[in-house]
Design a protein around this ligand. Sequence first.
Ligand code: KG4
Ligand code: ZN
Length: 377
Amino acid sequence: MTRPILGIETTCDETSAAVLGADGATRSLVVHSQDVHRIYGGVVPELAARDHLMRIEPVVTAALNEAGIERRDLGAIAVAAGPGLIGALLVGVTWSRASALALGIPVIPVHHMEGHIFGPILEDPDAEPPFVALLVSGGHTLLIWVPRWGSYQLMGETRDDAAGEAFDKVGKLLGLPYPGGPAVSEAAASGDPCRYGFPRPMLKTVAGLHDGSAAAAPGDFDFSFSGLKTAVARTVIRLEQTGAIDAERPHLAASFQAAVIDVLAGKALAAAAVVGCRRVLLGGGVAANRALRTRVRGGLGRRGRLFAGSPRLSMDNGAMIARAGLFRLQAGLDTPGLEEAAARVGIPGMVPWRPGQREGTVGRKTLPGNPPGRDSQ
Ligand code: KG4
Ligand code: ZN
């Protein structure tokens, strides 16, 4: 395909469209963040779907204008078909299918979390596998070994709340605005991260993996954040009773953030050590957290590489969907499970990681248009 591709993202509360050239270069990106949910302190699915319906046409038109092209110039439409809120997904998928039918071009359904893996390469051509991907969003926490594009080995995932969800819930407990992530990290900037010793759930399972003094077992890289959230809730209740909550808010935010980052960075760095690859990619909204980036970068050291897009490309956007769709189209890979909008669905082709297993069989190391990846194994 030589014509540009349109990427559509409507899985949650961002309506976004982007145009990428067939070489993968971003030609435009438009993101509309819904604020109808703010007063409810969380995303209201019915309102999200209605707002996507109102916004999708103007957002696409703006993206096409910014790229300086007409609809008939498009060669394909990539759309995030899951996972997400079903009403929201249906708007993007139905719009894309109808438009592609009218234009006589293919639709490529994309898994939203695979899209996040393609966020950093939009800005940094070096963000190519092999790497360990830590994907941290409002609905998911995934640690994936990616030896090559399209080959995904799931090392760990959350057993309860996602990392972003924990930030959002703690933000609510602290009386901060939605979404909690940016608000908590802002409050944390002036707080003492050591004031409260909140638990670091499941961090012990990776002890000894960094230096090879212990062997990894399946489940070691899983996460759990609901206990940490409960620990913060108990402390908040106690401080409300004593009237100290206002003064303690920054310290609570900082102490909570320190606990989440210890766990996320600890697991990602241990995973990198175990697979023998000091390259980590951060994706999803929580990847916008500066303290998290700094910690992972520091842990990887001078010889390692951290790939993390700017906050705009870490959060939900149509450009990452277009990039993942372009890869699937050019590699001739289909997307089983995503033929229809799917609220819950795994990344196509993802297999469980097994200790000792290093290579996948699917995919390629270098994207078309990119120079051959460095640090190849
Ligand atoms: O990937 P994303 O934009 O949407 C989903 O796919 O869910 O991620 C949104 C999540 C929210 O939970 C939000 O609170 C969190 O990312 N987030 C942050 C930060 N910015 C956004 N969490 C921590 N620190 C941040 N700076
Ligand atoms: Zn996302």
